[in-house]
Design a protein around this ligand. Sequence first.
Ligand code: AMP
Length: 403
Amino acid sequence: MTFESMGLAPDVLMGVSDMGYTEPSPIQQKAIPLAMTGRDLIASASTGTGKTAAFLLPILHQMAGKEQGVLRVLVLTPTRELAFQIDEQALAFGYHIGVSSVAIVGGMNMNPQEDAIRSGVEIIVATPGRLMDHMKQKYCDMSTVQYLVLDEADRMFDMGFIDDVHHIVSRISKDRQTLLFSATMDDKMHKLAASILDNPATVAVDPSKPAESLIHCAFEVSHRRKAALLVQILAYARVETVIVFVKRKREADSLARQVRRMSGREADSIHSGRSQKERNAALEDFRTGACPILIATDVAARGIDVDNVTHVVHFDVPRSAEDYIHRSGRTGRAGQKGEVITFVAPDEERDLKSIEDTIGQTIRRDKMPRFNPGLDGGGDRDRDDRRGGGRGGGRSGGGRSRR
Ligand code: AMP
């Protein structure tokens, strides 16, 4: 199947071609022809599968040739980064149709967002909280929306947005098309779907398996030695661009500092504690290669859509298999090879085992690389470990070996 054979409007096909897409991904092959007919749809597809075009293209197809200048499409998505990326893709795919789009997210000035809404923007891509803020004002009227997309609906649920989602949906005409995309489809998702969608078609692409283009391995390492191990890996493996996932914001900042100091390479962090401007700058530097090491928390990293990420490191074992798959999906995108490395401390073994069970794959355990005294004072590290005190304070001595 090709994009042409799906019968997409010529102006939409031009956008597809501008984006360099030649062949539809499996979820696009399944979802686009169904959604083009105007039918409601539930799609189980995780990030990295091409789900964004799977919902944007059929909507744009239906908008082609129609009068513009009024709000027609609302995409709700859990994170700011995802909102920006969907907004960008909407503008790119919709360029030849002449649609306008705006990302309505928190952490940004509300005035330009208000201006866009007042001017009759056709597509809003929003995180629920900020959209609610606008909806409290008179100028934000949802009654003209004809196409509603719930993107990463499971994540919106997990992040506590579901009441907001219900409220927003209640303001949209029932005479609409609704597309629900979710990486997982459990009971709560089915309940949500039943309350919001009308006689939906269902499509799925294997949600609980990491992409086949990924190579997985794990290192057994104590929590205390993880930072040093990361620096070793950055030095020895052919790590060109890497996203390192950590659990907490504070950890992201301190690890970025440590990596800069210990490896001499550029590293930055991205998490919800940083301003949107800082997050955008970090992402842009990562995208251009100016800063090839990005330390990220889950929330911020959800929407990172950067090609050629060669490695993902799970600095901590993720909480769930879905998180493992989502995080890992930042590399090996669009069929490219990618390497996924997990640092597993003794108290995290059980979690990793449960991930292995869920994804039906045994993750290879690799031996720790030998420490290079010239790089990180490895001999001292062993003594630190034996002393057992450490608690990270001693690790600031990582600077010792640097000149
Ligand atoms: P998504 O799952 O929408 O986040 O897409 C993952 C990545 O694959 C993005 O970088 C897309 O631009 C890219 N992509 C999606 N569909 C295609 C396609 N049919 N051909 C080439 N790249 C694609």
